[in-house]
Design a protein around this ligand. Structure first.
Ligand SMILES: *[C@@H]1O[C@H](CO)[C@@H](O)[C@H](O)[C@H]1NC(C)=O
Ligand SMILES: *[C@@H]1O[C@H](CO)[C@@H](O)[C@H](O)[C@H]1NC(C)=O
Ligand SMILES: *[C@@H]1O[C@H](CO)[C@@H](O)[C@H](O)[C@H]1NC(C)=O
Ligand SMILES: *[C@@H]1O[C@H](CO)[C@@H](O)[C@H](O)[C@H]1NC(C)=O
Length: 234
């Protein structure tokens, strides 16, 4: 199984007009075939752009041939895709794959074509306390709301007292546009017993601005008397 360039999704932000080159490397010379695909509009269909059967051959497939795409395959282990005259319609996640009998995909490069909006990190990350109505279930759901950012290259993670948690986390699959900025929410469900004043819950939003990733955290502490509040509320 070949390792593709990166095990994490990478991001590129670009203003309209110049060209952009996406590169991909893999590490297994038995995998002669390489491909490029694009996926537009969050979770849409995968469209085949490039088929490369070996070193120095890379064909841009119809209907994308003769257009703004050029492909290169300098060696068996590397391929690149160039997009000319980048415009809003080119915003997509571009995936590279390599294949022998079976194809292996990289995590993709998410290309964002910036509109008029300014690049802005999240202006607000807030963790909302659980609803009192949730008492009877034995669980508490915290909601993290991050807003005011552009574009939408973000990911959300949670920590309890500094330790990462992944169980009980549900994050929106995509950020939603709110006029000129984006907003995303994430939920963390914990046992009622964990919702105490001894525990600090942190929602951490990483934001990529084209060059750097920054972290924007919101936090909340549990309540000492949550069970008491529960019973008076029945
Ligand atoms: C694109 O490829 C198709 C199928 O091979 C071919 O018929 C067509 O002429 C090509 N178009 C250009 C602009 O090269
Ligand atoms: C954002 O758009 C909504 C309608 O979709 C509008 O009610 C609201 O005032 C707008 N907010 C800003 C800050 O422009
Ligand atoms: C914010 O979250 C990140 C991890 O995502 C962590 O490394 C950093 O220490 C946190 N900052 C604060 C002030 O809690
Ligand atoms: C991205 O963030 C870095 C560090 O905060 C800053 O130096 C850079 O100017 C920012 N880039 C944009 C496009 O805002």
């Amino acid at each position: 199984k070949p390792q593709m360039t990166s095990s994490r999704r990478s991001h590129q932000l670009i203003r309209t007009d110049p060209s952009v080159t996406l590169t991909c490397k893999q590490d297994d010379s038995q995998f002669f075939y390489m491909f490029w695909y694009r996926q537009r509009g969050g979770g849409g269909r995968m469209e085949l752009l490039v088929y490369s059967p070996g070193a120095s051959v890379a064909n841009v497939e119809a209907p994308f041939n003769g257009s703004k795409y050029s492909a290169f395959r300098p060696t068996v282990l590397a391929s690149s895709l160039q997009v000319q005259a980048v415009e809003a319609a080119d915003a997509a996640v571009y995936f590279c794959a390599s294949s022998r009998a079976q194809s292996y995909f990289g995590k993709g490069t998410k290309l964002t074509v910036l509109g008029e909006s300014r690049v802005t990190a999240p202006t607000r990350v807030k963790v909302l306390s659980p609803s009192e109505k949730e008492c009877s279930s034995g669980k508490k759901t915290l909601v993290c709301v991050a807003s005011g950012f552009y574009p939408d290259h973000v990911s959300v993670s949670w920590m309890i007292n500094g330790g990462a948690v992944s169980k009980g986390v549900a994050t929106d699959s995509a950020a939603t546009r709110q006029n000129r900025t984006y907003r995303i929410t994430s939920r963390l469900t914990v046992f009622s017993e964990e919702w105490t004043s001894n525990n600090l819950f942190v929602c951490s939003v990483s934001f990529f601005n084209g060059t750097t990733t920054t972290y924007h955290n919101g936090s909340i502490t549990g309540e000492a008397k949550s069970e008491f509040l529960c019973s008076t509320n029945v």
